[in-house]
Design a protein around this ligand. Structure first.
Ligand SMILES: *Cc1c(COP(=O)(O)O)cnc(C)c1O
Length: 352
């Protein structure tokens, strides 16, 4: 027997690359191209270093209350984590403990199978239909829990609240997690369903629509009992996960609703314009309701376009994986950035 026999061996999640070049156009990890709310910068400058001497509030009270207030739920219904990846990791550990496999789409956020493997949770993937939509019937088989993003990633497709409800309603014996990382770009949140279903957990993040990927703030909303179970696990793991500056700056971001609405609307407008331009260039894509577009070209392989863009310091996301190896996931940046991208693609494709 070797010491290595008792090591928990895992295949980790592979994040998009994080290049840091001066004039790059970074459209590969769905960040927001606009800065956080203006008050956040002011507060950051005012943050007194002495405050870092003390432990942060392990209950993230102010941020939890600000979110409860904003989403019109009780503070006992809100759980805050260090990015929604942290929230999701805690939720997998807390809620997915059955013998039956958990279910999620075959094309989806590639962290779900990583957590399932890490925690040794059995899982089964359900194939999206030929138009990349979730088939609700697939989620009516015996299972130990369900998770899917809405809109889905990397397709960008939004499922209607009717489809979400159908899945939640058909599975009262397990927890159904709806990962709403991209819901603020024109989707309808499942939050109103919380009044009817106690097995629903809605997860959101500050990383995409609130321009704060670097701070790491995520949260989920569910009924009080679910949230209590989550907190019990979190406090059995590490109490002081979220640092004090994140808590303070997060509250400020939630307060500035006008700025939030303005920047998300800008992204939506840019997205709709980019869809038209990409279509003119011979790309096809599902009709995204997220801050990215999942596009394939009718004649040029995605891998080639990916490399050509990269040579220009324009970064988009490409996966060399079955089923999606001819697709590029292009994050929506500013109008100026997208114009550079479209102009390059027009030239590049006409030279082909
Ligand atoms: C980006 C993303 C997350 C994680 O975001 P955090 O930065 O950890 O909040 C979770 N789920 C999906 C579907 C995502 O795209």
């Amino acid at each position: 027997m070797k010491w290595e026999d008792n090591v928990r061996k895992v295949v980790p999640y592979v994040a998009g690359e994080q290049p840091n070049k001066q004039n790059m156009i970074k459209l590969n990890t769905n960040e927001c191209p606009y800065p956080p709310a203006p008050g956040v910068e002011k507060l950051l400058e005012a943050l007194n270093c002495n405050a870092l001497r003390l432990y942060p509030d392990s209950n993230t009270t102010l941020l939890t209350e600000a979110l409860a207030d904003y989403y019109n739920v009780k503070k006992e219904q809100v759980f805050v984590g260090v990015g929604s990846d942290d929230v999701l990791a805690m939720a997998f550990m807390t809620f997915f403990n059955g013998k039956d496999p958990i279910l999620f789409p075959d094309v989806t956020y590639s962290f779900y199978d990583v957590w399932a493997d890490l925690y040794r949770i059995p899982y089964r993937t359900c194939a999206l239909d030929e138009n990349w939509h979730i088939r609700p019937e697939d989620y009516k088989q015996p299972n130990g829990g369900i998770i899917f993003p809405n809109p889905n990633a990397p397709t960008g497709l939004l499922e209607s609240l009717r489809v979400v409800e159908e899945i939640v309603k058909a599975n009262p014996h397990v927890v159904v997690i709806v990962d709403e990382a991209y819901i603020d770009f024109g989707g309808t949140s499942a939050l109103p369903l919380l009044e009817k279903y106690e097995n629903l957990l809605v997860v959101q993040t500050f990383s995409k629509s609130r321009s704060m990927a670097g701070l790491r703030i995520g949260f989920c909303i569910g009924n009080e009992k679910l949230i209590r179970y989550l907190n019990d696990v979190k406090f059995s793991f590490n109490s002081y996960t979220m640092n004090m500056p994140s808590q303070v700056l997060g509250v400020e971001a939630v307060r500035n609703d006008a700025y939030f609405k303005e920047t998300t609307q800008k992204i939506i407008n840019t997205r709709e314009w980019v869809k038209k331009e990409l279509a003119k260039l011979g790309f096809t894509f599902p009709d995204s309701m997220a801050n990215f577009i999942f596009a394939s070209h009718r004649s040029v392989p995605a891998k080639e376009i990916f490399r050509a863009l990269r040579d220009q310091d324009i970064y988009v996301r490409y996966w060399d994986k079955p089923r999606i190896d001819n697709c590029l996931r292009i994050t929506i940046g500013t109008d100026e950035q997208m114009k550079v991208l479209i102009d390059f693609l027009r030239q590049y494709l006409s030279d082909k």
